[in-house]
Write a protein that binds this ligand. Structure first.
Ligand SMILES: *[C@@H]1O[C@H](CO)[C@@H](O)[C@H](O)[C@H]1NC(C)=O
Ligand SMILES: *[C@@H]1O[C@H](CO)[C@@H](O)[C@H](O)[C@H]1NC(C)=O
Ligand SMILES: *[C@@H]1O[C@H](CO)[C@@H](O)[C@H](O)[C@H]1NC(C)=O
Ligand SMILES: *[C@@H]1O[C@H](CO)[C@@H](O)[C@H](O)[C@H]1NC(C)=O
Ligand SMILES: *[C@@H]1O[C@H](CO)[C@@H](O)[C@H](O)[C@H]1NC(C)=O
Ligand SMILES: *[C@@H]1O[C@H](CO)[C@@H](O)[C@H](O)[C@H]1NC(C)=O
Ligand SMILES: *[C@@H]1O[C@H](CO)[C@@H](O)[C@H](O)[C@H]1NC(C)=O
Ligand SMILES: *[C@@H]1O[C@H](CO)[C@@H](O)[C@H](O)[C@H]1NC(C)=O
Ligand SMILES: *[C@@H]1O[C@H](CO)[C@@H](O)[C@H](O)[C@H]1NC(C)=O
Ligand SMILES: *[C@@H]1O[C@H](CO)[C@@H](O)[C@H](O)[C@H]1NC(C)=O
Ligand SMILES: *[C@@H]1O[C@H](CO)[C@@H](O)[C@H](O)[C@H]1NC(C)=O
Ligand SMILES: *[C@@H]1O[C@H](CO)[C@@H](O)[C@H](O)[C@H]1NC(C)=O
Ligand SMILES: [Cu+2]
Length: 556
């Protein structure tokens, strides 16, 4: 006769499937200090909700997410939802002084955005100074209700967050580097879900254990939340099938080693078919040049649930720090699905053809320890952080905050990957942006330079996914290299490594109005100035324009 509430809900959901499909998900992120013991010493760290790594943000595609961030520490904070498209929600993107002023001590800000056209694994992290070393966590975007994965349904899902740990306070580490002009101290360990596993400096350090049962399929959502290291990820005795990167499905491929730069995510299937045993999980850094990195391997274990404690761990071959070929093989294996359901919408025409040369050099500095300091630049521009958010200055037409004269190519071309370039990097100052009309298409060749040292740079673009259409070594040659671009099924990502002494070409469509940060995701390089922003103008009508800011947008 009468319908129960459950029946009523079912009835309503049949009538209005779209209405029940997307939900509003509320989260409270309270930023607090938490005394934490790692590597046999205790220090207070800045966390969300006292957790390290922080809480996971779960949602489905099309869900509206509301995250109330309350700042209870003495630092200014912001949070960036790394890889979330933020379609017309640029006020919630998070990089300090680009899209918002910081959330100051005692203040709060409600981030309000929707996952559109994305599914998979991403991460959130603080986007101010070096706070992301301890303020980060996973974002899991499940497919819409009733929509299957384009791969066999896993039995279980696991989140695996790779990080870096310093025994010192990371704010002290970066401040010391800024003052002295020298490179900041490298981290003391690599961590898997917060634990390094036993290392030389602390043999009693705990380890992450991935508990498995035999004959099951696990979906591993692997996130590189390290500050400054690109990392290899390996599990002894088990292959992984990569199915998605940066919340975009890829053509599945099998590998025994994952390679992730900071900010990148890789989702892979693992089949537990060994029956019994305890297998080493190893994360180790990649650096194929003379620059110093932390070389301690982070360790965890995969353990079958019927394994006796005394069964020894099965070891794996840990890739050497200079295993360049592994990184190339991994990148070359990545392809978009480019299926009917998930087409690769690669821009086929190009309105802006840009060349950005990126790298690190040395500049004179009277107040620095050696009379010089490290600087980094894009097309010789070392980005100055303004003291007002650029997005606000753009929206309200405030003069004097930024200029829109960012050079689209090097003003004086040079032999980017030559080895005889002086270490001195001629830099220009400024908070310069590159202006794009709504819907314009961009081809951006990111050319690594060898001024201080050739080095791999994981570069990140906010507000868009791009297609990685080409990659090569040496100086980019448009006549020769452009012909080889993959415009059919290139991988779609938000962060891409520019190979050491080489280049990477990406394409994207500027269909998201706002101000979008572009920077190296090695935090040390961001600190030194390897950053800029794209300003995308409004299109026609409200659906192609940035709405006004929310009333609680933090003020400077
Ligand atoms: C968030 O915090 C508010 C205020 O403390 C509380 O009322 C609300 O229930 C919390 N929401 C969630 C999802 O935890
Ligand atoms: C951390 O430990 C120190 C020393 O024991 C103590 O003074 C401080 O209140 C603790 N802080 C927090 C956030 O627990
Ligand atoms: C979130 O933003 C949408 C518009 O994008 C708006 O309709 C909604 O009211 C906002 N939610 C809150 C809680 O402010
Ligand atoms: C950085 O390392 C040097 C040399 O080990 C040490 O003296 C210094 O205190 C460290 N700086 C910080 C901020 O921990
Ligand atoms: C391992 O897990 C399976 C499935 O839950 C269970 O049947 C089995 O008894 C477990 N084995 C042990 C030793 O706990
Ligand atoms: C990596 O470094 C080792 C030790 O320095 C060296 O022997 C080896 O040739 C290098 N491998 C590559 C691929 O450069
Ligand atoms: C700074 O000076 C010290 C001592 O003279 C030297 O060992 C070091 O290599 C110099 N560092 C840089 C980055 O120039
Ligand atoms: C950029 O820096 C390089 C290397 O220092 C130099 O050769 C080039 O002339 C500089 N370009 C400009 C426009 O200053
Ligand atoms: C860049 O700006 C700083 C301070 O704003 C100034 O000291 C420096 O001389 C400027 N450098 C150049 C190359 O203009
Ligand atoms: C942008 O592109 C969309 C889809 O291609 C089109 O519908 C829209 O009219 C375009 N807007 C402008 C301002 O060009
Ligand atoms: C804007 O988008 C909404 C929802 O997609 C649609 O209903 C509306 O017609 C669009 N308005 C314009 C002016 O295109
Ligand atoms: C926090 O941000 C405000 C606004 O930009 C700024 O005035 C203040 O100096 C910042 N505080 C710290 C400790 O950086
Ligand atoms: Cu870099």
């Amino acid at each position: 006769m009468f319908m129960s509430w459950v029946q009523m809900l079912l009835f309503v959901s049949l009538l209005f499937p779209a209405w029940v499909e997307s939900e509003i998900r509320h989260y409270n992120f309270t930023v607090v200090l938490k005394n934490t013991t790692r590597l046999c010493s205790t220090k207070p760290i800045v966390t969300v909700n006292g957790k390290f790594p922080g809480p996971t943000l779960y949602a489905r595609e099309d869900d509206n997410v509301l995250v109330n961030v309350v700042n209870h520490v003495k630092h200014n904070v912001t949070i960036h939802w790394h890889g979330v498209r933020q379609l017309r929600t640029g006020w919630y993107d998070g990089p300090a002084y680009i899209t918002q002023c910081p959330i100051q001590p005692g203040q709060n800000y409600l981030y309000n955005f929707t996952f559109t056209g994305q599914r998979g694994t991403l991460l959130w992290h603080a986007h101010i100074s070096w706070l992301r070393s301890t303020m980060h966590g996973a974002i899991v975007i499940l497919p819409k209700k009733g929509v299957p994965y384009p791969f066999p349904k896993p039995d279980k899902q696991k989140i695996i967050i790779l990080g870096e740990w310093w025994k010192a306070d990371t704010e002290a580490v970066v401040n010391e580097a800024i003052q002295t002009g020298l490179a900041p101290n490298v981290s003391d360990a690599h961590t898997i879900n917060g634990y390094s596993g036993p290392v030389s400096i602390c043999s009693s350090e705990g380890a992450y254990t991935l508990h498995v049962e035999n004959s099951k399929t696990y979906l591993l959502r692997v996130i590189n939340a390290a500050l400054n290291d690109e990392l290899f990820f390996k599990i002894a005795g088990h292959d992984l099938t990569v199915v998605e990167v940066d919340a975009a499905y890829v053509r599945p491929f099998k590998t025994d080693t994952l390679f992730l730069g900071p900010g990148q995510t890789t989702t892979a299937l693992l089949t537990s078919d060994r029956g019994i045993g305890k297998y080493l999980i190893a994360i180790s850094p990649f650096m194929d040049t003379v620059v110093a990195v932390d070389t301690l391997t982070g360790m965890g274990y995969l353990r079958y649930n019927n394994t006796h404690p005394l069964i020894p761990t099965t070891m794996t071959n840990i890739p050497p720090v200079n295993a360049t070929s592994l990184t190339s093989v991994f990148y070359e294996s990545l392809r978009s699905l480019n299926s009917k359901e998930y087409p690769a919408k690669v821009p086929l025409t190009v309105d802006h053809s840009l060349l950005f040369t990126i790298g690190v050099g040395i500049n004179p500095c009277a107040t620095c320890l050696n009379g010089s300091r490290a600087v980094a630049a894009i097309n010789n521009v070392t980005f100055d952080m303004p003291t007002t958010a650029i997005l606000e200055a753009h929206y309200y037409g405030i003069n004097g905050v930024f200029t829109d004269d960012f050079p689209g190519k090097p003003l004086i071309p040079f032999d980017y990957t030559g080895t005889t370039t002086p270490l001195n990097l001629q830099t220009m100052n400024g908070s310069r942006v590159y202006r794009l009309a709504y819907n314009s298409t961009v081809e951006l060749v990111i050319q690594g330079n060898s001024i201080l040292a050739p080095e791999s740079h994981p570069t990140h673009l906010h507000g868009f996914n791009f297609f990685a259409v080409g990659r090569g070594l040496g100086n980019y040659n448009p006549e020769k290299d452009r012909k080889k671009f993959n415009l059919v099924d290139p991988v779609e990502r938000n962060t891409i490594s520019v190979p050491t002494a080489g280049w990477t070409a990406i394409r994207f469509k500027a269909d998201n109005p706002g101000v979008w940060f572009f920077h190296c995701h090695l935090e040390v390089h961001t600190t030194w100035g390897l950053k800029m922003a794209f300003l995308v103008e409004n299109g026609e009508g409200p659906n192609e324009s940035l709405p006004p800011p929310p009333s609680d947008l933090p003020q400077c």
